[in-house]
Design a protein around this ligand. Structure first.
Ligand code: SAH
Length: 255
């Protein structure tokens, strides 16, 4: 296929964490202009309702263990669509470049000669703690925050995340996709010297009407996960800043 056959441009758009009010103006405009929208499993119905009614909507959603389309299939589809449509929106939860595989999709599209634009979104790791009244930094309690995946690429021989080193290197730890690996992560953070009493929060379905926040401690995290039956999507936040929740909860309001 020569690149001259490609008429379309692919917009890799961040949909934010759930609440439609957190969509960027750019994202909303693109949803209204789109000829075709490919979207993931975690996109809320309110956001899908904003899509141009004439646009073709394709659910390529991935949920753990239930891949509707593989990553190479999604890339192939985007390339195919770029031959027929002008405005192709690839809508991804949160921010496309934060654990969203946006980088991989972008590279594949550029390699195929397709023009790509990335529209950042509010990542769940920032939005969900805010809705849960947890400031990720605070001059007295946290000068650093890390966003880390609890689920590394399957088959990677040497894990890239050094949990024992992270344990005391940063004040606030925000873990994406961590639920199913909690049993490996918690002992490594404790072995790395993080205090067992450090507060830990699970934020389930952050920013949506189903948001649930469960606060425990690092040493009780695995037990709490079982007792409270935490469901995906959820973030795990670890750090002293969680103590501020009780003071902030009363004065912060979300629509
Ligand atoms: N690109 C996305 C992250 C994709 S990875 C972003 O920037 O937010 C998927 C993981 O993100 C989930 O396993 C969960 O850990 C987290 N996540 C996404 N949406 C969430 C939400 N509304 N509440 C809590 N966690 C969420």
């Amino acid at each position: 296929m020569s690149s001259s056959q490609l008429i379309g441009k692919v917009y890799l758009v961040g949909a934010g964490p759930g609440d439609a009010g957190l969509l960027t103006v750019r994202a909303k405009n693109l949803l209204e202009w789109a000829d075709v929208v490919l979207y993931d499993a975690l996109i809320s119905p309110e956001i899908l309702n904003l899509i141009n009614p004439k646009a073709e909507k394709i659910h390529v959603g991935k949920r753990r263990g239930n891949h509707t389309l593989s990553q190479p299939e999604i890339c192939r589809l985007l390339i195919e669509l770029a031959q027929r449509h002008a405005v192709i929106v690839r809508l991804k939860g949160g921010d496309p470049f934060v654990f969203g595989r946006g980088g991989e999709e972008c590279l594949a599209l550029i390699e195929a000669g397709i023009t790509v634009e990335v529209v950042p979104g509010i990542t769940s790791g920032v939005a969900a703690p805010a809705y849960a009244h947890i400031p990720l930094t605070h001059r007295d309690f946290s000068s650093s925050v890390v966003f880390v995946t609890g689920h590394e690429a399957a088959g990677r021989y040497q894990p890239r995340v050094n949990w024992p080193a992270l344990a005391t290197a940063v004040d606030t730890i925000v873990i994406y996709m961590g639920l199913h690996h909690l049993g490996e992560i918690v002992p490594q953070l404790l072995a790395g010297g993080r205090s067992p009493q450090t507060p830990l929060a699970f934020i389930e379905s952050g920013t949506t009407p189903q948001q649930r926040v469960v606060v425990t401690t690092l040493e009780r995290a695995i037990a709490t996960y079982d007792e409270a039956q935490i469901q995906t999507p959820a973030l795990i936040v670890i750090g002293e800043v969680i103590h501020l929740r009780s003071q902030l909860g009363g004065s912060l309001h979300q629509a």
